[in-house]
Design a protein around this ligand. Sequence first.
Ligand SMILES: C[S@@+](CC[C@H](N)C(=O)[O-])C[C@H]1O[C@@H](n2cnc3c(N)ncnc32)[C@H](O)[C@@H]1O
Length: 246
Amino acid sequence: MLPQTIFDNGVLYTGDALAVLKELPADSVDMVLTDPPYSSGGLHLSARQAAPASKYQASGTKKVYPPMLGDLKDQRSFVMWATLWLGECWRLAKSGAPCLVFCDWRQLPAMTDAIQAAGWLWKGIVVWHKPNARPTMGAFRHDAEFVIHAAKEKMRTHTRQCFPGVFHYGVDPRKKVHLTGKPVALVKDLLAVAATGANVLDPFLGGGTTALACVETGRRFIGVELSPEYAALAAERIHVAEASLQ
Ligand SMILES: C[S@@+](CC[C@H](N)C(=O)[O-])C[C@H]1O[C@@H](n2cnc3c(N)ncnc32)[C@H](O)[C@@H]1O
């Protein structure tokens, strides 16, 4: 049996996403929302293979996070690998399910190729504007990340509400438990494209942000995380979030 922790609102598997996803049943999830390792941060292999903390953390930052795994791929293997796990996500998704995948500017073309190669219908790009991103001297500030929006076949909508295409959320280092942790409030906003009660898959759960956002908005989650340290951190946060609802 796969190593797993069961919660009131979902399940967390500790292991490799591809290996875990292959074991799960087809047509069982209402939405995929994930933030995979970007394998970004440099034009050349040596720069990409630098420690994630040196790539994604501003110099001079003192906070130390557990190591983030799986962030070493060159561009071709990144696209092939992403196509494999996105293909598994496609198999698990119900027809009409939305798929949202975080990405930075450097990996945007690679990720939009992979998502379509895996069978998803590309619908657009959502912008996450980070007002407190580090400045770039003499050039344009990299103060946005992107969320690729796709769907399995014709997207099923559950509401007549219209959502914005740009979200503004700063990163609060005091609340971050993961090197590249996303704001829970942002992920809660993104979950709005799936109905309350939806079963949401995140194969790269990290510190548990998607699970927390699901707990806080009345959705269910299936999370996968390779790092036992991050899986433990995520489990702790999920327990706290569930307890605060009781
Ligand atoms: C960008 S982080 C996710 C951060 C998360 N969104 C958060 O807010 O905490 C990606 C995560 O994927 C994990 N990871 C890397 N390779 C993996 C794999 N093959 N299977 C499952 N998880 C993996 C890393 O350890 C990392 O925690």
